[in-house]
Design a protein around this ligand. Structure first.
Ligand code: ATP
Ligand code: MG
Length: 273
């Protein structure tokens, strides 16, 4: 199956913010619901797509009164990929921003999110296994970048479950910066996040004005800033020109005998790896 990269969603990378890491339990759903809730409470239109079979975000939001459009993403096979791409396009058109909570597995949900997202948040909670999962997910993101002609996705490393008293210590910061992507303030370890999930409540509604709530608002502000900075119309134009040049070169090449086998699209390479 060939993806149509001339679709408007691919050209603009819409307002899709994916939240992913190949390590489970690092706080993807906590970030997804926290961020979507912060956007909704500051008057932004937002949809949340729950790509996790455990449906944590959807179950979380079912009881809340947040004005967030929630959908599940049942993408367990490549055959449903095209219909999801169409759905993503409609969601972006209808809601502007779409937050996607990804499962901790390589599969069509993650691959399509990396293809579409303008920004990817990678929560990291700094155990040795986390670092391995984070390095793996960043490798896939970089493959996606090169396939997208270097146009996004932008990445933000979000440290999570940080010890409250000491802040981020130097060696920890070194590890975070070692990932080679921008690092934001992140979230400290507050049991209120777990309580908010149990109560089906957004953190800012459960404990308004708390440190846990303020950290989520700071994260939303950092994300909004990154989204503003990643508007890349001139780069899109450059990429389109590059594609036209490539197509022209392909027509010329077609007249010559083939010299090597065609490269698989990046998302197929991800599945093959
Ligand atoms: N900053 C935090 N402070 C305290 N607890 C947290 C924090 N972030 C996440 N948790 C808790 O850690 C657990 C895992 O969080 P969460 O479900 O968000 O992770 P996940 O990455 O989505 O997991 P999965 O890979 O299973 O989808 C939950 O019990 C959650 O309440
Ligand atoms: Mg989750």
């Amino acid at each position: 199956m060939q993806l149509d990269t001339s679709r408007p969603i691919y050209a603009s990378f819409g307002g899709i913010i994916a939240i992913g890491n190949l390590k489970g339990g690092v706080g993807k759903s906590t970030l997804a619901v926290g961020l979507a809730g912060a956007m909704a409470r500051t008057g932004k239109s937002v949809a949340l797509v729950d790509g996790d079979p455990q449906a944590t975000s959807r179950r979380w939001l079912v009881k809340s009164n947040l004005p967030i459009h929630v959908e599940t993403l049942d993408l367990d096979s490549l055959s449903s990929l095209e219909s999801w791409l169409g759905r993503a396009e409609r969601l972006v058109r209808a809601h502007g921003t779409v937050v996607v909570d990804l499962p901790a597995t390589i599969g069509p949900a993650m691959a399509s999110a990396f293809l579409l997202a303008r920004l990817i948040l990678v929560p990291v909670s700094l155990s040795a296994v986390d670092i391995d999962g984070t390095n793996r997910v960043l490798r896939y993101i970089r493959t996606a970048r090169s396939e997208r002609g270097g146009i996004g996705p932008e990445v933000m490393i979000v440290p999570n479950k940080l010890p409250r008293s000491v802040g981020i210590e130097r060696p920890v910061l070194d590890v975070l910066h070692g990932f080679g992507e921008p690092v934001v303030g992140g979230l400290s370890l507050y049991p209120e996040h777990g309580r908010a999930f149990a109560a089906g409540c957004w953190i800012g509604d459960l404990v308004p004005g708390s440190r846990a709530h303020n950290e989520v608002m700071d994260l939303e502000a950092a994300v909004a800033d990154a989204m503003r900075r990643t508007v890349q119309a001139p780069r899109i134009e450059a990429a389109k020109q590059e594609r036209r040049d490539r197509e022209r070169a392909a027509v010329v090449d077609a007249a010559k005998p083939p010299v090597r086998t065609p490269r698989l699209p990046w998302w197929q390479r991800i599945f093959a790896s």
